[in-house]
Design a binder for this molecule. Sequence first.
Ligand SMILES: *Cc1c(COP(=O)(O)O)cnc(C)c1O
Length: 388
Amino acid sequence: MSSRPIYLDNHATTAVDKRVLAAMLPYFTENFGNPASNSHVYGWEAEAAIKQAREILATAINATPEEIVFTSGATEANNLAIKGVAEAYFQKGQHIITAATEHKAVLDPCEYLKTLGFDITILPVQKDGLIDLTELEKALRPDTILVSVMAANNEIGVLQPLKEIGEICRHRQILFHTDAAQAIGKIPLDVRSQKIDLMSLTAHKVYGPKGIGALYVRRRNPRVQIAPQQHGGGHERGMRSGTLYTPQIVGFGKAVEIALTEQATENQRLTSLRERLWLHLSHLQGIQINGHPTQRLAGNLNISVEGVDGAALLLGLQPVAAVSSGSACTSTNTAPSHVLTALGHSEQLAYASVRFGIGRLNTEEEIDIVAKHAIATIQSLRKQATLV
Ligand SMILES: *Cc1c(COP(=O)(O)O)cnc(C)c1O
């Protein structure tokens, strides 16, 4: 184990917290009942466990338990929100607004809706990664039915102004969806005060298991309609059929509970680790931070490095640090990150970028090791570049 690189890719996924795993285990074996079985204790146990997790999640975002719809993750939640609203409201209008730096799980459903005749506006972002609220206002039309803007970006960690966006949308009676996959447990979220109508969540970015997520769907003021995208036994109030995955749901609840309890202290710790990493790296010339300097996730440092080849940089870092450039979800294709090009970077600079995702298990010592190695790698690549 000690020879494996230091894991600094916590925006791609996180390790399951041991406390989370312990909470999940009984629901695989002893308490394995189907939560929909209402005639015996096996079903009741599972149902009770799911009820508890649903309450934790609802409280975490200031919603009610009936407003939580479990899904397989944030990808499914985004699809359900965007396609579900499109299908339910197409007679009202067929215009949807999103932003250039969204996750593919938002952009691709929007692209798909285009093929069905919907009109999609993709807002540009400013150099710091934030959307421009006046641009948003200008983009709104009488036929706009949905605005989808993420809470926290998975590559550059930038936090969008949810409350301001929510107010603009509510004022015009346009639904507001936010992908909060990277935000849940990391920053305060409040669907009431932030005027959010739909919110996508996932467990595996917050030390919970993979394959479980949720969509918050507002039930009052206004009551949001979504057309189900998966039909069957009518689970989750008909919005998402399929037997609920009790162990994963229990783990999701536990993960969020822990993250909320530790949020303030953990954010302080992560911020100091990030500052430590940047203090080391900023001794080099020609390195810039991508995204807003302070309005960002505590554990995120995304840098662009001038004068090096992106692929060579990642290869050089690999033995010591498990990091990525761009997002894991798109790292199989060779195009530069759409998020970094949206900030106005050249392709070359977008390629020569590294995302450090610092997490719960990282230590100061690890940050020092990674920083030292990154500096040596960059210096050596730059030296080679001047020799040719
Ligand atoms: C990880 C991520 C997703 C996808 O979530 P899954 O649960 O893996 O489907 C969507 N949006 C953002 C911002 C993410 O970081």
